[in-house]
Design a protein around this ligand. Structure first.
Ligand code: PEP
Ligand code: MG
Length: 561
């Protein structure tokens, strides 16, 4: 079975196949409208009670962000537009409640799906979730959740509230026929670290009748009723994974220091408010990159100043003074936002992206800057400009920020992503004007090798081990050091285990990584000796190919420790 790995890991457990509650799509007429309305009210009250329990439970377990997702559904029950419309269908069309619930939910869902916006399309699953809950309660079927057996859930899509209920039991893995990498279910699975594959077409039918499932979300395999040999392989993996997990536990609260006592911060890259509690739970020291694109992508029009103030301030407050680096809008390339009307381009990655767009669209840019500045009072906020390629660009952006900050008597640090070859080559000059650097190795690599980061055909060229990239990073670090500004890595290369000694040796100040990698990265840093890592960097600078670098790192693996 083919699918996309959304959260990597392995799981072996009983199959738990969820076939959806049948929607009632044909009208069933009734004379007793009063009875239907009263059934609807009872079902709605029961749904509200169940959701409140789930929300309270999550809040007690510090899952406030997850609770917020369910609060949206709770609100739907009180919403005139949603619940009120369902009651009106019963009254006006004299139909049973099930039909009214399914009819209106489907209309609402189709409206969301018709929007050219992936995030809003994903929200259609919240409507499905509340529809199913209402249908279940109308038929007063007992909810099957609360299973104590370890299970791997197989479903078409999993709604947030269903996820939360299932995770109360022993939820080991998730296989979804649909779902997207930015769906709420995947966001939740990631913060709970539950292996998950999405887009597995036909999973429900193919796994029908399975007693157990082995989900290998590392190599991308799903095995129905696995043989004892396969189970043996999984058990070996699990023993190792448990040992690793246990050994990493202490790094949640440990200071991040190299073996010789040098501090290096381990931050996280996030896109949503939902992730902050997971960040803190894993010991993240701050947010090294808040990708603000999601906030724009989830809307049909640009988020207002107020909406943005709420979003940035909420994250800033919850971080309790840990650093929060907010990156200004990085639209363009593969991040398309239809209402911004960026014309079709032949080479979008080389086109009207990020700061290039923002400098020509004051309405969007200044609104975002004002909102970010308004959130400064709630935490330790810094601003970061993406895709800078000329000094002039950076200065123009900084001038806009400085003049807005002046009106609020604020003094905010303004840094930049170093992710274009021009910025890497001119790092000495940029270091004189920027307050900090954060190296975006994802883009820097694709631009150095002229190889699209999303094109499998040229993936072999996009190597973080190639000396061309490593020399660029070393140069950026050297120039940052000279000017005494901080330099972080927020691209994917920052969390690649074998490369961490090089980042230590080059003098990187902080690594900003994905949340589940925080403890692992922290442990690797703690094994590094700065002097030995510096010597390793010198040797790497003499090499010519990525294979030579890999070979050296493997050969000298024990030497830098
Ligand atoms: C990068 O380019 O390395 C980066 C962190 O930004 P994004 O992946 O959002 O382009
Ligand atoms: Mg980038």
């Amino acid at each position: 079975m083919n699918g996309i790995i959304a959260v990597s890991g392995m799981a072996y457990a009983n199959a738990y196949i969820i076939r959806e509650t049948r929607a009632c799509l044909e009208p069933v007429y009734t004379e007793d409208v009063e009875r239907e309305l009263s059934r609807l009210q009872t079902a709605s009250k029961e749904c509200g009670r169940q959701l409140s329990d789930l929300i309270d439970g999550l809040k007690q377990d510090s899952g406030e962000e997850q609770a917020a997702i369910l609060e949206f559904q709770y609100m739907l029950l009180e919403d005139e537009n949603y619940f009120g419309s369902i009651c009106n269908i019963v009254k006006n069309e004299k139909v049973i409640s099930e039909y009214a619930v399914s009819k209106y939910s489907e209309e609402y869902r189709q409206e969301l799906l018709a929007l050219d916006n992936e995030y809003l399309n994903q929200r259609a699953s919240d409507i499905k979730d509340i529809e199913e809950r209402l249908l279940k309660n109308l038929n007063s079927k007992k909810d099957e959740a609360g299973n104590d057996e370890p299970i791997i859930v197989v479903a078409r899509d999993l709604t947030p509230s269903r996820f939360v209920e299932l995770s109360r039991g022993d939820l080991k893995g998730i296989i979804l026929e649909e779902g997207g990498l930015s769906s709420h279910c995947v966001i939740l699975a990631r913060s709970f670290n539950i292996p998950c594959m999405v887009g597995v077409t036909g999973a429900i039918d193919d796994l029908d009748g399975a007693k157990t499932i082995l989900l290998d979300a590392i190599s991308g395999q799903i095995i129905k009723n696995p043989t004892s040999e396969k189970i043996g392989g999984y058990e070996t993996y699990q023993r190792e994974a448990d040992k690793v997990k246990e050994s990493l536990e202490e790094y949640k609260t440990k200071k991040t220091e190299t073996a010789d006592g040098k501090h290096m911060g381990v931050y996280a890259n996030i896109t949503s408010t939902e992730e902050v509690s997971a960040l803190k739970g894993n010991g993240g020291e701050g947010v090294g990159l808040l990708r603000t694109e999601m906030l724009y992508m989830e809307k049909a029009t640009a988020p207002t100043r107020e909406e943005q103030i709420w979003f940035y301030s909420k994250i800033a407050k919850e971080l309790e003074n840990r650093p929060l680096i907010i990156r200004t809008l990085d639209v363009g390339g593969d991040k398309k936002i239809p209402y911004l009307n960026i014309p079709e381009e032949e080479n979008p990655f080389l086109g009207f992206r990020a700061i290039r767009f923002c400098l020509e669209n004051d309405d969007i840019f200044l609104t975002q800057l004002e909102a970010i500045l308004s959130s400064c009072e709630y935490g330790n906020v810094k601003i970061m400009i993406p895709m800078v390629s000329t000094i002039d660009e950076f200065k123009r952006a900084k001038e806009k920020i400085d003049s807005l900050a002046k009106t609020k008597s604020l003094n905010v640090q303004v840094g930049m992503m170093v992710e274009t070859p021009a910025a890497a080559i001119m790092a000495d000059r940029f270091a004189k004007v920027a307050d900090f650097f954060s190296i975006g190795t994802n883009d820097l690599t694709q631009y150095i090798f002229a190889a699209d980061r999303n094109n499998k055909k040229v993936a072999h060229l996009n190597s973080y081990f190639n000396p061309a990239l490593l020399r660029a990073v070393a140069n950026i670090c050297k120039e940052a050091r000279k000017e005494g500004i901080e330099v972080d890595i927020c691209g994917q290369a920052g969390e690649v285990e074998e490369l961490i000694p090089l980042w230590v040796g080059m003098g990187v100040d902080n690594l900003s990584v994905s949340i589940p990698s925080i403890t692992r990265v922290r442990r690797t840093i703690s094994l590094c000796d700065t002097k030995k890592c510096k010597a390793l960097v010198e040797k790497v600078m003499e090499l010519s190919t990525q294979d030579e670098v890999k070979e050296l790192l493997e050969k000298e693996k024990d030497k830098w420790l």
